[in-house]
Design a protein around this ligand. Structure first.
Ligand SMILES: Nc1nc2c(ncn2[C@@H]2O[C@H](COP(=O)(O)OP(=O)(O)O)[C@@H](O)[C@H]2O)c(=O)[nH]1
Ligand SMILES: [Mg+2]
Ligand SMILES: [Zn+2]
Length: 344
């Protein structure tokens, strides 16, 4: 049994054997020898009833099944495949990660595909449903959680067995400002998961960098996109880069597409043609991110630039958005990372 489990508390992936503690030997009141063996031993040998799954056996024997971090490992945390990889979304504070994820998943669920579905790991769907409906139903900004919440989904596909899972930890953006100090273990583990990356580039910040005045930008931000990427890849070797595709996603494209109509086109369809990619590349360079572009092109197995607007419009500064979000371009990066052709 090679089963692996994902701990949503610390983002560690563990082999089932590493989760199971020592048995509690049950000393029976009358000291019968038979009871010194775990229940499953007798069930298995005498009755042939016990399941062979080590997790099940451990539960039957009243053994603790827990992660190295100390949290109990629920059975729902079992991963579907042996070779685990995870797509992660990263980016600075306020860059639009949460909105992007909400609308990406919504678009995925609406996709006209009979074969594919997302399944939240453990209580992900329940928890994520709350922030998701805040935006999609109530048209409000979901409450930001300071400690950050972990979410993970399995990508189920009738055709392909080995899809990566989708993993997201909504870390508060401040975390990047202290990257050289103590990084919490869960962040370290999250960043060390094998798999592809979505790096979110804040369209509002790009607008500011291009001197298009925009109120929503956060002038206080000090951490740039490249620093985040450098931090994540600090201990990577050639092989790690070779295994990783990077989607660079310009969020909040609605702020930019009046001045730069190509960004609207980029939201609508995969701009994998050389010409469109070159335009987007030059656009990012023009915004002052040349070093980032060179870093990405030099190292990653494959990189592609995308634009997206989670809302589909530029909202007025209000508590409740004036319209229902009409996301554009939020699904394309995921389909590209999964090597799936976008449905036309
Ligand atoms: N114009 C526009 N603003 C957006 C869009 N997505 C997010 N925002 C704004 O950016 C803010 C931060 O987004 P959020 O997803 O919470 O950022 P996070 O900190 O990276 O998770 C939101 O409160 C919105 O005001 C978008 O598609 N268009
Ligand atoms: Mg967020
Ligand atoms: Zn753990």
């Amino acid at each position: 049994m090679n089963d692996k489990y994902l701990c949503l508390n610390c983002w560690r992936i563990s082999h089932v054997n590493d989760l199971i503690g020592q048995p509690h030997w049950r000393e029976p009141p009358d000291g019968r020898l038979g009871d010194l063996y775990p229940h499953s031993f007798w069930r298995q040998t005498l009755l042939g009833l016990a399941p062979k799954d080590p997790y099940q056996l451990a539960v039957q024997d009243d053994r603790e099944v827990k992660c190295k971090c100390g949290e109990p490992m629920p059975e729902c945390a079992k991963l579907p495949t042996e070779r685990v990889s995870a797509i992660r979304i990263i980016g600075p504070k306020n860059s639009g990660k949460t909105f992007f994820l909400i609308t990406m998943l919504d678009s995925f669920n609406r996709m006209q595909s009979e074969e594919m579905a997302l399944r939240g790991i453990c209580d992900t769907s329940q928890r994520f449903g709350q922030i998701s409906s805040a935006l999609l139903k109530d048209r409000r900004r979901p409450e930001a959680n300071v400690t950050g919440e972990p979410y993970a989904w399995k990508i189920m596909d009738a055709q392909v067995e080995q899809h990566p899972m989708l993993a997201f930890h909504d870390f508060g953006g401040q975390i990047w400002e202290q990257v050289d100090r103590n990084i919490p273990e869960n962040l370290t583990n999250y960043l060390a998961l094998p798999g592809h990356l979505i790096l979110v580039l804040d369209g509002a910040r790009i607008a500011r960098d291009l001197n298009l005045a925009f109120q929503d930008a956060n002038p206080g931000d000090s951490v740039d996109d490249l620093s985040i990427l450098e931090h994540i890849t600090k201990n990577w070797n050639r092989q790690d880069y070779n295994n990783t595709k990077l989607a660079l996603v310009i969020t909040k494209a609605d702020i930019l597409w009046e001045e730069y109509p190509v960004l609207r086109e980029a939201c609508a369809s995969l701009s994998k043609t050389d010409e469109k990619q070159e335009y987007l590349r030059q656009f990012i360079i023009k915004s002052g991110r040349k070093a980032l572009v060179i870093f990405v092109e030099q190292r990653f197995r494959d990189a592609c630039i995308f634009a997206s607007s989670s809302l589909g419009f530029c909202p007025e500064e209000r508590d409740q958005f004036e319209r229902q979000p009409e996301p554009l371009g939020t699904l394309l990066p995921l389909l590209w990372l999964l090597d799936i052709e976008a449905p036309v």
